[in-house]
Design a protein around this ligand. Structure first.
Ligand code: MEV
Length: 337
């Protein structure tokens, strides 16, 4: 039995704009997807998924994941989850140069599915790693990040950046601009996440932003402005001492940029009433700044606050189903016992 885990992430800056070549800065957090892989003697793949913030499901397929599990959750989420796992298996088979390799796969995750914390990237990264290692081979994290990106790219119909998958494979804070992917030093940021219990469909949201950007000049300008904010945010992060708590002034400035970023994402139509409510609850509680994270449409927001006020305010916000402090995950994909 081979187990790999990979972390989720929050975006400090730049989601959506990164799809059009602007820079983004995601940051891995200590919420992980764990995937167990066992080789099979035949060419079947059996997937059991538990605790993906949807009812667990089990499905077995021979040639494809055409048989969908019968569970009482939005079918688009199940479709998306199965699609990601199917593509991860295809990438593992390709890495192994064995296109008939069969696996029993179990997915467990404490990252809400579709909630903006990079659940699909973490599952894909951990699944490729576990499947390859289960057949006594190794895959280098950069190759793994690239393969996971190819898998996401296929599922999201060609509309994915390298940000989620690179961040999950490498851990820590990263910077992604087109094909240029690199780790960056980041201070220890006091991140607080609020989760509305819902989810957005990444492929749909990305397609909606693309359409808006093609129809309206303001939307294309908005995407570019998000890029400017990200560059400014990066400069601030570079001024802080890596691994240390940033001083209050720097936190305020970072928070202000996150507020701007949220406003621009709202203008692109990817926020929601519950995300806005949680963002305002955090700001009213004294957070330095707050924004949605990930594709949007529902799911999670992230705030910076070094006091307990934001978490406590979110705890009393009816639109917030769960709130927690997000620790930076310095390790990306890793083998588990
Ligand atoms: C989704 O987590 C982030 C997006 O920027 C899409 C992507 O980068 O592939 C919305």
């Amino acid at each position: 039995m081979t187990v790999s885990s990979a972390p989720g992430k929050v975006y400090l800056f730049g989601e959506h704009a990164v799809v059009y070549g602007e820079p983004a800065v995601p940051c891995a957090i200590e919420r992980r997807a764990r995937v167990t892989a066992e080789p099979r003697d035949d060419d079947h793949v059996r997937v059991e998924a538990v605790d993906l913030s949807l009812d667990g499901f089990t499905v077995e397929w021979a040639e494809s994941t055409k048989d969908r599990p019968d569970v009482d959750v939005p079918s688009s989420l199940v479709e998306a989850a199965m699609g990601y796992i199917e593509e991860a298996v295809a990438q593992a088979r390709d890495a192994l140069d064995d296109h008939d390799a069969g696996f029993d796969i179990t997915v467990e995750s404490d990252i809400p599915l579709g909630g903006g914390l990079g659940s699909s990237a973490a599952v894909v990264v951990a699944a490729i790693d576990a499947a390859v290692r289960s057949r006594d081979q190794r895959i280098d994290p950069r190759e793994l990040a690239n393969r996971a990106y190819q898998a996401e790219h296929t599922v999201q119909e060609g509309q994915a950046s390298r940000a989620d998958t690179f961040c999950s494979a490498m851990g820590g804070a990263v910077r992604v601009e087109g094909d240029d992917t690199r780790a960056i030093d980041a201070p220890e940021l006091p991140l607080v996440v609020g989760y509305d219990g819902g989810a957005g469909d990444t492929a749909e949201l990305v397609a909606a932003v693309r359409e808006l950007r093609e129809r309206y000049e303001f939307a294309a300008d908005t995407v570019e402005t998000i890029g400017d904010i990200t560059r400014r945010g990066e400069t601030l992060l570079a001024d802080a001492d890596p691994g240390e708590k940033p001083d209050g002034a720097l936190l305020q400035e970072l928070g202000e940029l996150m507020d701007f970023n949220h406003g621009l994402l709202s203008a692109l139509g990817v926020s929601s009433r519950s995300l806005d409510t949680m963002v305002w609850a955090a700001r009213d509680a004294g957070a330095a700044g707050a924004k949605l994270t990930g594709a949007g449409g529902g799911g999670c927001m992230v705030a910076v606050d070094d006091t307990d006020s934001t978490q406590s305010a979110l705890g009393y916000t009816p639109d917030c189903a769960q709130t927690f402090r997000a620790e930076l995950a310095t390790e990306g994909v890793r083998a588990e016992e």
